[in-house]
Design a protein around this ligand. Structure first.
Ligand SMILES: C[S@@+](CC[C@H](N)C(=O)[O-])C[C@H]1O[C@@H](n2cnc3c(N)ncnc32)[C@H](O)[C@@H]1O
Length: 388
């Protein structure tokens, strides 16, 4: 496909997304209906669509409206690409611009320029303080790709060399001791031997960092209460000889975990919800709770626009419930860790304070906040000790 044909396809897909379809699904459906498109085209299209969704508000202002054409027009203007070189109607290029499209579009300012939802700005501002503007700006760009080196199979040097031999350049990332930032050919990773042999896993550096902070020394039994795909279970198993248990209210989310654990050379016991009570208590329970995902809006930009006050309030309730439920599974003297990939105080520090208010038998040991300015996703972790 020519670059202009890719923009035409992106317009079609973005129209579906603006109409309410999930971007991944719209991309898959488009690929099914357009089998001529190769993997290079599909990847390029995905990049265009996600680049646009990160900046949906500002591009709509620049392009005159929130439609496929308006958003692509805004994206081209933002990138300094003359729209007339793309909207040519030649071959499969988009139709030429109408006079009103040519005339429309103003420079976005204020919250629009930051691609920040109006209703959430006060809370984001209060949560991030002087980092509000730079964080919102960071969320407008693509996230770096990070790998976690599996210390059971190698180290940063051997993993970097193995990847280089397969054409993937990396460099150590300072955020976590196990993290490599991918500098070239990120799409080769999943077919690389380093990945297939379990030497590296795809995992955000901040996600690695918060797992690294957990006090696992001398701990015998650990529960990952909201394991999802099991990224944190795997990271804990790689650095600790504790028995790691993984649990999730939606067990199908953990379906790949046994294969991933085997590849990594670690043992993780997956607990279906009914088996949980039997296996309790644990020395350490981690609850990586569902949240707004505001720390990872670079990777999942649709979440930024889909969040509403009602959804956020429902998340607060779920988080409090999970904290109470998961912490009950901890032995006296043991640790309960609460994590989110949120930048919002209401999901982080406020939940910590409310938990302590409801549960006088616990003391806060430590808490850490990471934002995209630290290099990875935004993350929060707090851990508490259960009084003896
Ligand atoms: C942020 S994700 C976890 C990501 C995962 N820890 C990782 O590192 O890939 C939150 C997970 O919590 C799960 N969840 C939601 N409510 C839950 C509950 N009440 N009990 C246990 N898990 C729950 C969701 O199914 C989801 O997989």
């Amino acid at each position: 496909m020519t670059p202009a044909a890719r923009y035409a396809a992106a317009i079609e897909i973005l129209d579906k997304v603006v109409g309410g379809e999930v971007a991944e699904k719209a991309l898959t459906n488009w690929a099914r209906g357009n089998r001529f498109a190769g993997s290079g085209d599909r990847h390029a299209l995905r990049d265009i669509v996600f680049d646009v969704l990160r900046c949906k508000r500002s591009f709509a202002v620049l392009g005159g409206e929130e439609s496929g054409r308006g958003l692509v027009l805004g994206a081209l203007r933002a990138a300094g690409i003359a729209p007339d070189t793309v909207f040519t109607e030649e071959g499969y290029a988009p139709a030429v611009l109408t006079p009103s499209e040519r005339a429309c579009g103003t420079a976005p300012d204020g919250l629009a320029a930051l691609d920040c939802p109006d209703w959430l700005a006060p809370e984001l501002r209060a949560s991030l303080g002087e980092d509000f503007v730079p964080v919102m700006q960071a969320l407008q760009s693509r996230a770096p790709v990070f790998l976690r080196v599996n210390l059971r199979k190698g180290d940063l040097v051997s993993a970097g060399a193995a990847l280089r031999a397969e054409g993937i350049e990396t460099q150590p990332a300072s955020l976590a001791k196990t993290s490599l930032e991918v500098l070239s050919n990120p799409r080769r990773i999943q077919n690389s031997n380093a990945f297939k042999d379990g030497l590296v896993e795809l995992q955000d550096a901040a996600s690695q960092a918060i797992t690294e902070m957990l006090p696992l020394d001398g701990v015998a039994r650990v529960l990952d209460f909201c394991a999802g795909g099991g990224g944190k279970s795997l990271a804990m198993a790689a650095r600790s000889n504790a028995q790691i248990y993984a649990h999730d209210i939606a067990p199908t989310r953990m379906k790949d975990l046994p294969v991933r654990a085997k590849r990594a050379g670690v043992r993780i016991e997956v607990l279906a919800p009914p088996a949980l009570k039997k296996a309790a208590p644990f020395d350490l329970v981690l609850a990586d709770a569902p949240c707004s995902g505001s720390g990872s809006w670079r990777r999942a930009p649709e979440a930024k626009w889909a969040l509403t006050p009602e959804r956020l309030s429902a998340l607060h309730d779920v988080q409090a419930q999970i904290m109470d439920e998961a912490s009950r599974l901890v032995l006296p003297g043991g640790i309960f860790a609460y994590a989110t990939c949120s930048l919002l105080r209401s999901e982080n520090q406020a939940q910590v304070a409310a938990f302590l208010g409801r549960n006088p038998g616990w003391s806060l040991t430590s808490e850490r906040v990471l934002t995209p300015l630290d290099g990875g996703d935004g993350f929060f972790v707090a851990w508490f000790r259960r009084n003896l």
